[in-house]
Design a protein around this ligand. Structure first.
Ligand SMILES: NC(=O)c1ccc[n+]([C@@H]2O[C@H](COP(=O)([O-])OP(=O)(O)OC[C@H]3O[C@@H](n4cnc5c(N)ncnc54)[C@H](OP(=O)(O)O)[C@@H]3O)[C@@H](O)[C@H]2O)c1
Length: 325
């Protein structure tokens, strides 16, 4: 597994991270723990959690996973600011956004990948200093550890990031050693605010921009020396529908995908190209993936030693060029 140093956070870890949003909800504890162990055995070291995830159960299951491992060999990221709403399991059907529904209808072959788009009904909390401290203590208890590697403001707005009391609380948390680094896990706009602020923030997390969209947010994080963690490799908000349209409308894009399609499996070719693109775009950071099923784990972990050809967003990527053509 290729190793990366997450920018100014100075955390060394694996280039692929395991996203645990479905752990404890869509994926049961036993099956989830097997998947985490298998990924760990194959070199994955970064595991992404939040109090929201798995209907509030993911961190506790993560604690079981940690119990059998040397703590310093696992990098744990968690967040603050969102909790499950409605107390209990997730109505996934109700949770998936209308735009997601139309993408699923338009691309039945990708339905499985989209089914668990990790859109979870959530209650947003005010990011007060008290919440920042208390939520971290609760997460540490659930994990059964005394520190997390990264602590991120979950879906925060740009204004939240700059609040004086928030900044002081995050500084105290880093000084206490209970989090090695602090970050925002939100949109590119919020990431831009954290990058402009600088310390205490040393890392940002946001969705992989879909092919054809601006890569400026990625470039900004990289040139500021921030650790970058990206997710949503296969797109959010109708990105898959756009891919299907590109297949129909853009000969260059269609040629690129079909050239990779062994035995005509366009779906596999598209996911493969999107994975390679995500790793190339975020060549110095962590690319998060949900990989609880054996099939996705196999395809994703096959890229463990993939060497990104271009240094991030400085160069136009093949899929982006094909979309722009
Ligand atoms: N605000 C935030 O910070 C934020 C937001 C969104 C996500 N995240 C993090 O990022 C993680 C990943 O979320 P995501 O939305 O980007 O999910 P994702 O990795 O795109 O996974 C979504 C679905 O695609 C499947 N999949 C994964 N690899 C595949 C492959 N190679 N081929 C076909 N299907 C594949 C997954 O399979 P499996 O069923 O095998 O898992 C899952 O069902 C989350 O778990 C969470 O930790 C953070």
């Amino acid at each position: 597994m290729r190793r990366v140093m997450l920018g100014a956070s100075e955390i060394e870890t694996s280039c692929l991270g395991f996203g645990c949003a479905s752990l404890g909800s869509r994926v049961g504890a036993r099956e989830g723990l097997r998947a985490l162990a298998d990924a760990f055995d194959k070199g994955v070291r970064w595991f992404d959690f939040a109090p929201l995830y798995g209907g509030g159960r993911a961190e506790e299951i993560g604690g079981e996973f940690l119990r059998n491992r040397v703590r310093s060999e696992v990098q744990i990221s968690t967040k603050v600011g969102l909790l499950p709403s409605g107390g209990g399991g997730f109505g996934l059907k109700e949770a998936i956004l209308p735009i997601a529904r139309s993408a699923v209808r338009a691309a039945p072959a990708l339905r499985k990948a989209f089914k668990s788009a990790n859109v979870q009904p959530a209650r947003a909390l005010d990011l007060t200093p008290e919440l920042l401290h208390e939520s971290l203590e609760r997460s540490l208890r659930r994990f059964g550890t005394d520190y997390v590697d990264l602590y991120a403001l979950h879906d925060a707005k740009p204004g939240d990031v700059l609040r004086e009391d928030t900044l002081r609380a995050l500084e105290d948390i880093v000084a206490s050693g209970k989090a090695r680094a602090v970050a925002v896990a939100s949109s590119e706009d919020t990431a831009a605010a954290a990058i402009a602020q600088g310390r205490p923030y040393t890392a940002v997390q946001f969705p992989t921009p879909a092919p054809g969209l601006s890569l400026d947010g990625v470039a900004a994080a990289q040139s500021a020396g921030f650790g970058l963690i990206t997710h949503s490799v296969f797109g959010v908000g109708g990105a898959l529908e756009r891919m299907k349209q590109h297949m129909a409308e853009k000969p260059g894009f269609r040629a690129l995908v079909t050239a990779r399609a062994r035995g005509g499996d366009v779906h596999e070719a598209l996911t493969q190209l999107l994975l390679e693109r995500a790793l190339t775009l975020n060549s110095g950071g962590v690319v998060l993936l949900s990989m609880f099923s054996e099939a996705s784990r196999r395809q994703n972990l096959a890229l463990a030693d993939f060497e990104p050809s271009a240094q991030g967003s400085g160069q136009r990527l093949a899929l982006d060029m094909a979309v722009a053509a």
